[in-house]
Design a protein. Sequence first.
Length: 275
Amino acid sequence: MPATTIDTGTDELLCEIRDRVAVITLNRPEVRNAMSDRLTPALRTMIRTCGENPDVGVLLLTGAGTAFCAGGDVKGMGAHRDPRRLAMSQEEKVADLQERQRLLTGALVSVRKPTIAALPGPAVGAGLALAMACDIRIAAESAFVSTGYLRVALSGDYGIAWLLTRLVGTARARELMFTAEKVDARRCEAIGLVNRVVPDAKLQEEAFVLAKTMAEGPSIALRYMKDNLDEALAFDFATARDHEAERLVRTTMTSDHREAVQAFIDKRKAVFTGK
């Protein structure tokens, strides 16, 4: 199936849909794909658009060049700060940031499809939060991550503390926040921050193969799996178990379930329709 290029409204963000995978590429390699006033709004829009698109089964986020995302533009924190935000009251600044967070990492966590981050290089600060908001992370061997906020005397945003704590536990989350150390790909894999590490040259290929495999899967079952997994962090065992039972019964009534059973009997690959 040929790829469909999606107009993101800016060259700083690329998007194409291929084999039911939406490949979203942060495209500011000259600044390690740092967020900007053009890239970030476009990314919010693409997350929402692809998340709602029935022709998309998986979202795959990556970065152009040798970085995933360096987070906020540090230069923009100094003399070149946005005059509009400088004029805001403290309450307005808080509300503005809360809304931008809700529409970025908040929206990404809320997508009811599998999401994958492919890290060709550094993921720092808000860029790390973006990667952690995805379900799965695949890193190139030369990649590293850092919380980064300590280096610019900031406390963190985009849900990084919440996401980090759930991925690596309280002790390591505190260590990584308080030190802002660079954590190489292999240690990231060892502590559970990334799912797998692959050779640099194979990153995009292997990430896409994984995404395509998931995109070919039963979308209703995958959506309910995400609901179950999210509730595992939020509810007690009995409540989560009861909701799990409800969702399983719903999936037994789907065409995809019947197709999966028949394919098993016929010893062939199932073809799912999302119904």
